[in-house]
Design a protein around this ligand. Structure first.
Ligand SMILES: *[C@@H]1O[C@H](CO)[C@@H](O)[C@H](O)[C@H]1NC(C)=O
Ligand SMILES: *[C@@H]1O[C@H](CO)[C@@H](O)[C@H](O)[C@H]1NC(C)=O
Length: 182
């Protein structure tokens, strides 16, 4: 009879462990499915002139630095708005680096923080990272994380160039973010 007691304690502990684990799994999956959201932003990117928001910062010696030359690095600080209108109110800045990562110049690696300063998301950031096939209009990158309102953000973002004006070198780029937060 003395051997039954320790056996039942072990069984009870095992049961508690199983129930706890199952509860945790069901909570995790219901949170994930509830919190998927889509946000749309517009970046206003100016390549040349006194109000440029993107600049070449370094490249390979003896080569022409450009978006099509492997090894060229750019620094970017684009205004973010909620509509494509050039005069729309800024809700933040898209700050980071763009580097030409493929030898044939087709892909760039983008590392970008969306740094918000509007009332709704003030102080929060979304972190974007990945390869951008810059010769295609539809470019999908990862949303790897976030801070503040966007803690634990995970998902993807589609970059699409809405317009480009060769006279002003201004591009308007739509970012459609699809993400969940755990
Ligand atoms: C640069 O920005 C200033 C201030 O907004 C503006 O007055 C000026 O016209 C802009 N210059 C160009 C070339 O866009
Ligand atoms: C955002 O936060 C900063 C620092 O806390 C504050 O100075 C600023 O007024 C805030 N802006 C808005 C739009 O709430």
């Amino acid at each position: 009879m003395a051997t039954i007691k320790p056996f039942s304690i072990t069984t009870s502990l095992l049961m508690i462990f199983i129930i706890t684990t199952m509860t945790m799994i069901s909570q995790t999956s219901s949170k994930q499915s509830n919190q998927q959201s889509t946000l749309v932003f517009y970046l206003h990117d100016v390549a040349n002139g006194p109000n440029a928001t993107v600049a070449q910062i370094v490249g390979i010696n003896g080569k022409v630095w450009s978006y099509h030359t492997w090894g060229t690095f750019f620094m970017v600080d684009d205004p973010i708005t909620l509509t494509p209108n050039q005069d729309a109110v800024q809700v933040g800045r898209a700050q980071g680096t763009i580097s030409v990562a493929s030898l044939d110049g087709s892909n760039v690696i983008i590392v970008l923080s969306l740094v918000f300063n509007n009332v709704q998301y003030n102080g929060s950031t979304l972190e974007i990272q990945g390869a951008s096939r810059q010769r295609e209009n539809y470019r999908e990158l990862s949303v790897v994380s976030g801070t503040g309102r966007f803690r634990f953000a995970k998902g993807y973002v589609v970059f699409e160039t809405v317009s480009y004006d060769p006279t002003t070198t201004r591009s308007i780029i739509r970012l459609t973010v699809t993400m969940s937060q755990n």
